[in-house]
Design a protein around this ligand. Sequence first.
Ligand code: AMP
Length: 284
Amino acid sequence: MLKIALPNKGRLSEEVRELFNDAGLEVKVRGERALTASLGGEFEAIFVRAQDIPEFVADGAADAGVTGWDLVCESGRELVQLMDLEFGRCRLVVAAREESGIEKLEDVKDGVRVASSFTRLTAEFFTKRGQQVTVVPVSGATEIAPHLGIADIIVDLTSTGSTLKMNGLREVGTVVQSSARLIARKDHAPEASAKLEELTQALSSVLAARGKRYLMANVPRRVLPGVREVLPGLNGPTVVDVQGGDFVAVHAVVPAKSIYRTIAALKNLGCEGILVTRIERLMP
Ligand code: AMP
């Protein structure tokens, strides 16, 4: 049985569960506050705080885990990233009060106090740049620290930047780009490798399918060259003869983002019976 540590609450938890469910690893929780759940088959989930997941995996309490890359970096533990799950995107940034006169990282003078809950990354970041700052550890609401006078600048997570702006702060530099990642120990047992590979493939196939749609259309044979240009597909569209007619059936995998444009282009070419469906998994 392979143990996977997943976030029990917070920003990442919902999307992680949805991804595992879509990959066929349905999270079957026993009771609302259960700490473990069966993922079916050979996997078991253990639910812990997102920030504890790097430790759990590094210490061997779990074979793999899903958490934010920011938290993996902050833990300082030697872990490998098996895949980028592409959600929970955010940046760990340096921000200063609008009226502070600090507009870029070079403006941060030695002796400046930096409030952050990412104390390790903050210290490492400024040391590497050769800037001597004092890190003020906080555990939340970092953005109010400059207003309370307990720090001059902050290092905090942001995705849209709106919370920073609302608090009169300006971004002056990026420490880490983050998103949710599947992580494992560097030296996991060989028998775990094959199962982790299976897990990675199952999750990848779901992510790959999310941005695509399966499209079918009846195409007048004479406009097929035009349709081929509209539908490059994965390996070009599949064209099926419709017996005894002037039409062929065309099937293709297309980007979900441009589906409206694709449909309009096909209609213009005289295609009929256009059908678009979601794809559960895609293994190119
Ligand atoms: P939690 O504090 O449990 O809600 O989880 C926080 C994790 O969600 C962070 O460590 C990040 O990896 C991720 N995250 C994604 N977007 C944001 C954001 N805008 N602000 C803070 N954390 C974010």
